[in-house]
Structures are given as C-alpha cells and as structure tokens.
Design a binder for this molecule. Structure first.
Ligand code: M6R
Length: 611
C-alpha cells in the first residue's frame, strides 16, 4: 500500500514525481503529497487523488531537482490534509514519506512527547520524522547515521524516502518489508515502490532488500545495510514497456486487462506448453521438480483473487497429479501452528509478489524446512526473489485494482504444473496429457469468442445495476470461480455479493432468495450438470432471477435462465479459464453503470503490503 517516488537529477523533480505517483495510484489514493529540497524544504500535500495535488502545484509550483512524493492508503489516521505524507518533525528539518506500519509507534511517540515533541497528526510515519530529528539533536550524528540509529529502534515495516533541509543534494531511502527500487539514469536517479514510474526514463534498476538503505547524491548512489555494511548490488534490466502501463484507448485499465487475456494466456504458455512434443517445460521450477513430484503434500497460500486461483489449483493437482493439496489463506497460515516440514511443498500465488501476508506465509514455511515455489506476475518482486523456485505468469503489468488477467494466467500456470506432475508421477497417461495440451492451447481462441459477447453482457448488466445483493453459485472447478465473480462485483461496484458451492445454498443462503435476488449460476456440461440444474430449479421455485454462464448445448439450463451467456466447450478442468470471463465483464459494466471508480475502488489498494 502507498506509493513512493523520489528523484534527484536535472529534471523538474515535481514533474517526475507527479507523473510517477499517478502510475502508483493503484497502491493507494486517499491523499498525496510532495517535498522538494531546493535550499528550502517545500511541501505540498492534501487529501484526495494525485490530480488534486497536481492542480495545486500548477497554481503554486515548487521548483527543484530533488524531491520525494507519496500517494497514501491510510492505515493509521484518517485520510486528511494533516495525515497526508510527507511528514516532518517540529523543526521541519527532515521530510519523510513512508509505506508500511511502524508497530511500536505508540511507545516511540510517548517517549518523544516526553522530550517535548509535538504531534499534529495521527500517523505512525510522523513518529519516524520526529524520531530522526530527535536522534540527530541528541547524538549530533550526520544525516545517514541519524537515519540508521532511528531505524534500529523501529519495529514494523517500512519503505521510506527522506530529504534533509541541511543537505539539499542528498536523498536517503530504506527498506524493511515494503518494496523500493532505484532507477539508474544518466546523471539522475529515480526511486519508486515499483518500476512503473521509472520505465520511461531508464530500464536499469536496483532492488533494495530488507534492512538495506541507499544514500543517493548527484554523483550516484551507495547501498548499505542499516548497520552500515556496504553492499554491491546487481543492476537488473527491466523488460516492461511504457505501452504496457498505459490504457491504450480503453476507458479503464480493467477493461483493457480483461481484453488482454487472449494474449496473456498465450504468453503464459509460450515455450512452456509443447503440444507436438507432448510435454510441458517450466524452467523456473526444474531445480525443485524432484521435490515437488515426491512431496508428501502441496500447500497453497495466497490472498484474494490469488487465493481463488489457488482453490482451482487444488482441484487441478488432485485430479491431474493425484496429489493431496491444502489451500490456505496466507493471513491465517502464519498465525496458527502450521504442520509443515521439509516433506511438504508450499506454493505461494501473488500477482504483485509483495502481499505482506503471503510473504509472511512463505517465510514461515521456509523456516519450517518446506520448499517454497512462487507463482508471481511482477518480475523481481520480493516473493519472486525469496522463494526457492518459481514460475512467472507473464501477464504484463496489471494496474486495475480488480485482478483479472492475473487470475487466468495463474490458473494457466497451475494447470501446466498439475499436468507436468501428473505425467511425471505416471498418473496422467500420454493420451490424456495430449488431449489436455490441445485443449489448453485452444483456450485463448475461446476467450476471444467470449469477449466478442461483451455487448450482450453490457446489456444484461443494465438489468442488474441497482440490485442490492447477488449470489454466485458453482460446483467443482467452478466453485472458486463463483467466489471470484462475487469478489469482482463487490470490490468495484460495492454491491454485496456472495459466492457459494451450489449445494451449500440449501444450508442457509436459500433464505435470501426472492424475486429481487439475481443468482449467477456457472453451469457447464459436466458431471455435476444435473445437480446444477436441480439447484437452478430450487432458485426458480423461490422466484430468484437466474443469470447463467453455460454452454450452447446445455439447453435445459438456457431454458431455465432469465439470461444465459454461452461459452465454448472445453475440458471440464479448464472451464474456470472461460467461465470467469463473463463474470469479469459483468462486474465491470455494473460498476461503470453505477459510476464507480472502476480502476481505483474505494478503500482498496492493488498491492497490500501491510498485514
Ligand atoms: O498481489 P496479490 O495477488 O498477492 O494480491 C492478492 C489480493 O490482494 C488481490 O487478489 C485482491 O483481492 C484483488 N483486489 C482482487 O481483485
């Protein structure tokens, strides 16, 4: 959560920072601010989106070539002008922007108050600003030593950038638990929470690791630990392009990303799914394949949409590889005593690769001796770097807060992994493998066919725009898709929605059904079709409104539905890759009709880097 941008070089820092903050707004957008060091330390900040900050800077520009900026997702203290970053201490000598949570902020604050510090807001970050100032006042240490001493007292997580009134040519950043990277330009250095603000200037980046800081001047940068041990960092080359992070003519990133799925699923399979050779190559997990094949069981930990794809993974691994699987909420995994050891393999799924709970689950499992495999989208992300092995989903930057193309790419990777394991374990015959490989290779074309029905989904969305509640029902592989459909709708349209295994409906949710309740049913021609039809009848008997996602030859379902969206047929275990597409479109159009902020829904952030 929260986005940080910093700049030192020859350009107007505020231009670079505002542009960068806009690219990072998916990380938080309840307030924004900037500090420019130009002999003076000038700060402009306030409640609202980056555009409001931009307008105020247009009216009252702050010139200078060194600065830091922040777009906030509130943790401590409501979103208002005072709690917006940057924060300063009483003398306004240092200005600081921060992403993360200072867990011992209350203890530190009381101590600082005893020493005469006066606080004006409620954020944990303000405590840090005072702390650095106080450390320097007492110790008379230089800028970086003061930052180091202060950070050693901090319990919690941070990605932070600090400027100092007395050293106008220096910028210090530090990381523990919240991502930060440096962009290395020609005579200029960029800082950001992810690569998107940097890519238009340079493709050379340095990822900071936990407990590291960088001291950046006009002559370059130096990375060291907060215990002052110098480190030589590798410079990585970014593969992303500027086009990938722009809307490309679409009104919203979410719609662009839904439409990109034809390509992203293909990209994810490219070079990996080898239909002719009847094989799958997943280079990133080759070093741990033996471990995986012989694992006692597979655990999957993730959050949100990634957890839903993990649930699809459970069905896939059990069916195709005959391996026992448990899927865990990453946030719960860590706080119980998970029975996991070196005979187990944990797969963590994360689009961003930065989700704090998923990262914590990864570390917990590693500590207990398990092999950990990551399935991530963001190259070089913390999770990708900390796992023993991994597979990138190659979906390209996903900017809409509602995850869409990451879900289908994650499910594609899980399908390939399950097929590979099934084959290696001798439980998936060559014939069956081939049949599935062909079916998987045909998925992008089928996604394209579904996307051609977008207008029909848009029309249906009009009928349900003001429904206060929705129920989503599915069975087998499509139960997780029902959960995903409900999550998509609630997060961007603020309509209460629940996903349920269809058979569970009669154990409670059926009480909700009346003539006002839209019920989205995922009913494809498979072994549970007859059971789904019975569930549809149960809803109809209570006058619920049926909207089905089904196949053309499923005529009974179509007949029983008020609206039916048909999808092409595929192998049962691949249907989640298709059934989810109309649900993404439905939530998108309903949110647009309700005039919701589709790409930046209220209270949410794309990358949840706090626990
Ligand atoms: O980056 P991750 O995949 O780890 O993110 C997990 C969730 O925060 C994420 O899927 C969230 O639920 C999305 N907003 C869902 O659309």
């Amino acid at each position: 959560m929260c986005g940080i941008v910093g700049y030192i070089g020859h350009r107007e820092a505020s231009d670079v920072i505002i542009k960068g903050l806009k690219r990072l707004e998916y990380r938080g957008y309840d307030s924004a601010g900037i500090a420019i060091s130009n002999g003076e330390l000038q700060i402009s900040k306030g409640k609202g989106k980056v555009a409001i900050l931009e307008a105020s800077l247009l009216a009252t520009p702050i010139k200078g070539t060194l600065g830091i900026g922040h777009t906030r997702w509130a943790t401590h203290g409501e979103p208002n002008d005072v709690n917006a970053h940057p924060h300063t201490g009483n003398t306004r000598k240092f200005a600081i922007v921060h992403n993360g949570i200072i867990e011992n902020y209350d203890v530190l604050k009381k101590e600082l108050q005893k020493n005469g510090c006066t606080f004006i807001g409620e954020t944990d970050t303000e405590v840090l600003a005072h702390l650095i100032e106080e450390v320097q006042r007492v110790s008379k240490a230089d800028f970086e030593t003061s930052v180091q001493i202060a950070l050693k007292q901090v319990v919690g997580t941070y990605g932070l950038a600090i400027v100092n009134h007395d050293e106008p040519d220096k910028l210090i950043i530090a990381r523990k638990g919240s991502p930060l990277l440096l962009g290395i330009g020609d005579g200029e250095t960029f800082v950001a929470s992810d690569a998107s603000p940097i890519i238009e200037y340079t493709n050379k980046v340095v990822y900071l690791d936990d407990d590291e800081m960088a001291v950046i001047t006009r002559n370059g940068y130096e990375v060291k630990t907060i215990r002052n041990v110098k480190i030589t960092k590798e410079i990585h080359e970014l593969e992303m392009s500027i086009e990938q992070i722009e809307k490309g003519g679409y009104p919203h990133f979410m719609l662009k990303e839904i439409n990109e799925q034809v390509d992203t699923i293909s990209d994810c399979m490219r070079g990996r799914l080898q239909v002719k050779a009847n094989d799958i190559k997943l280079g990133g997990i080759e070093p741990v394949l033996d471990k995986l094949v012989n694992a006692r069981r597979i655990l999957i930990a993730a959050c949100g949409t990634s957890w839903h794809s993990g649930l699809v993974g459970e069905y896939l691994f059990e069916y195709l590889a005959k391996m026992p699987v448990e899927v865990e909420y990453a946030s719960e995994f860590r706080y119980r005593e998970p029975l996991i050891d070196d005979k187990d393999v944990l797969i963590v799924l994360s689009q961003s690769g930065e989700t704090a709970d998923t990262l914590a689950a990864l570390r917990e499992a590693k500590e207990r001796g398990a092999t950990v495999i990551g399935i991530c989208n963001v190259v070089g992300s913390t999770i990708a770097r900390e796992t023993d092995a991994g597979v990138y989903i190659h979906a390209g930057p996903e900017i809409g807060v509602a995850s869409t193309k990451a879900f289908t790419a994650q499910v594609t990777v899980l399908t390939m992994m399950a097929m590979k394991l099934g084959k290696m374990r001798g439980v998936l015959s060559e014939e069956k493998f081939h049949e599935l490989a062909v079916a998987l290779s045909e998925i992008p074309g089928k996604v394209k066919e579904i996307l051609q029905q977008a207008e029909k989904v848009e029309e249906i969305a009009k009928m349900f725009t003001y429904a206060p509640n929705f129920l989503y029902l599915g069975r087998s592989y499509n139960f997780p898709v029902a959960l995903e459909g409900a999550l998509k709708l609630k997060e961007i349209s603020y309509i209460h929605a629940e996903g349920y295994p269809a058979a569970e409906m009669k154990h409670g949710p059926i009480a909700l059904i009346d003539e006002h309740m839209p019920v989205v049913v995922l009913a494809v021609t498979n072994h549970v079709n007859e059971k789904m039809i019975s569930n549809i009848e149960e809803v109809r008997a209570r006058k619920g409104r049926i909207l089905s996602v089904t196949n053309e030859r499923n005529t009974d379902v179509i007949r029983l539905s008020e609206f039916a969206i048909t999808i092409p047929e595929t192998h049962d275990c691949l249907t989640p890759l298709l059934t989810v597409i109309p649900l993404q479109l439905l939530s998108y159009y309903i949110a647009v009709n309700r005039k919701c902020h589709v790409d930046q829904p209220r209270n949410l952030a794309k990358s949840v880097t706090v626990e």
